[in-house]
Ligand binder design. Structure first.
Ligand code: 5AD
Ligand code: SF4
Length: 476
């Protein structure tokens, strides 16, 4: 268990054990010795938000721990995108509730999209949690924690039109020290009919580009060699200086970050087919350090379904965007998201998705079956009428096809040599490093003395599976 007033020595030992001690020591709050534990689900944006939360809590003297037993505050940063994501969170909350029974005073907080979606219901019906905090209310956490400590139910689910946390320096929870996320915008103004995000994350707003560049420069200085610019729809990034009227779009922002240092790789996610401009593609082509990889969710290969999804593009438009990528950034890999069994989807329309996948030759895909979300346009206007078995079968077909395509895509890389950023030890063996090439493919290769995570090496590919490439160092 934990003691609230530990000696410095025992505290340092615990810091060591938590492996995040360095961060804590920097927090200069050694005397309080209070720890929080945070678990994140869902998209990269959520993981990035957890680092904002960690920063806000660190300023209050709380240090992150990976050990639940040490924590006096437990947070779960949640996702609402599909019902399954919410079920997972509920299961975790029940486990945390058992801990609460054993340890009076332990506080559990639910953050993020589920907090926003369910609001007070969490406190009233479920009674599993002490704090409910939406994605735009993290600055309020210190106050909410105090309220909860005093035995009051604490909730803030206010959605802001301005909040970008631009001035908060995230406390990096990932330990690799090589790759980091930078949030460049929040919210989403698209109204995809299946999607809960506009309701949980509010209106779209873009962050001051100079704070983005400063964050990237700071990360580079600290040894990071890759940043991923995050937004629900990065292509609609748009910032206007209120005083001078100067405007910055996504292509400009990309260039600004790429210029921080040629050894800093720049990635971004997620792009929207309706907004992805040739200017962005030209910027990618211009800078070697902007990775040649685009995640461009197609969702369906059928134009009638795309219209029902309110994606505001059709199949022809999507194909044209892929042609533009191939023309302007010929070595670019493209990945996608696919939803199977959306409302009223027929077999033939499902086969359009399969043919789209073959045509586009996606290097990778995230694939789902449709899950109706309360409050969305589809839930209100369309019937969720594809039977679950049919949805699942279509999803299986989509997965099987993507495995085939990914394998062929990867096999085409055998014999090629790629510049790889070393991320760390491979999952399977400490004799091997893992890292990615510009196209975001994971590459595993035997170590060589003198090399470390954060270094670039050239790796020649010898073998491929649908998920990984294997090779050897051709030159450091
Ligand atoms: N059901 C299934 N998949 C969904 N996605 C978003 N909403 C739903 C839903 N209701 C998928 C989309 C999106 C990805 C993040 O999750 O493919 O691009
Ligand atoms: Fe999940 Fe979407 Fe919220 Fe990300 S924005 S956590 S994917 S619901």
């Amino acid at each position: 268990m934990y003691d609230r007033n530990p000696t410095l020595e025992s505290l340092e030992r615990r810091i060591d054990e938590s492996r995040q001690g360095e961060v804590y020591l920097k927090g200069e709050e050694l005397s309080s010795g209070r720890f929080f534990y945070i678990e994140s689900y869902g998209c990269q944006m959520n993981f990035s938000d957890s680092e904002i939360v960690a920063s806000v809590l660190a300023a209050e003297g709380y240090a992150p721990t990976r050990d639940l037993a040490k924590a006096e505050l437990i947070f779960i940063n949640t996702c609402s995108i599909r019902e399954k994501a919410e079920e997972t969170v509920r299961k975790r909350l029940r486990i945390f509730d058992q801990l609460k029974q054993q340890r009076p005073g332990l506080l559990v907080g639910v953050l993020g999209c589920m907090a926003e979606r369910l609001k007070k219901k969490f406190l009233e019906e479920e009674k599993l949690v002490d704090l409910v905090v939406g994605p735009d209310a993290y600055r309020d956490l210190p106050k909410l924690v105090r309220q909860a400590e005093e035995g009051h139910r604490a909730i803030n689910v206010f959605l802001s039109r301005e909040e970008t946390y631009a001035d908060i320096s995230p406390l990096r929870l990932d330990e690799s020290g090589v790759s980091a996320f930078i949030s460049i915008m929040r919210g989403c103004d698209n109204m995809c009919s299946f999607c809960v995000v506009p309701f949980t994350r509010g209106r779209e707003r873009s962050r001051d580009p100079f704070t983005v560049v400063a964050e990237a420069a700071d990360l580079f200085e600290k040894g990071y060699r890759e940043v991923t610019l995050l937004g629900q729809n990065v292509d609609s990034y748009h910032w206007k200086n209120p005083e001078t009227g100067e405007q910055v779009n996504f292509a400009r922002l990309l260039a600004m970050v790429a210029e921080v240092h040629s050894d800093l790789r720049v990635r971004f996610s997620t792009s929207h087919p309706k907004d992805m401009t040739d200017e962005v593609l030209e910027t990618m082509a211009k800078y070697e350090n902007i990775c040649k990889y685009i995640h461009l969710p197609v969702q369906s290969g059928n134009s009638r379904i795309l219209a029902l999804m309110n994606r505001t593009y059709d199949r022809t438009w999507y194909e044209e965007r892929i042609r533009a990528i191939r023309r302007i950034v010929p070595d670019c890999a493209i990945s996608t998201d696919i939803i199977c069994g959306f409302c009223s989807e027929t077999e033939e329309e499902h086969r359009d998705t399969l043919s789209m996948m073959r045509w586009a030759n996606f290097s990778m895909a995230y694939m789902f079956y449709y899950s109706e979300r309360p409050g969305t346009l589809a839930a209100r206007k369309l019937k969720d009428d594809v039977p679950l078995e049919v949805k699942k079968r279509r999803l299986q077909e989509v997965i099987a096809l993507q495995n085939e395509i990914s394998l062929a895509h990867n096999q085409a890389d055998v014999g090629k040599t790629f510049k790889v950023l070393i991320e760390g030890d491979s999952k399977r063996s400490t004799d091997d490093f893992k890292g990615r090439n510009s196209q975001n493919k994971m590459i595993v290769f035997p170590k060589k003395p003198g090399l470390k995570p954060g270094d670039y090496v050239f790796v020649q590919i010898e073998e491929a599976t649908s998920a990984t490439l294997r090779g050897f160092i051709a030159s450091p």
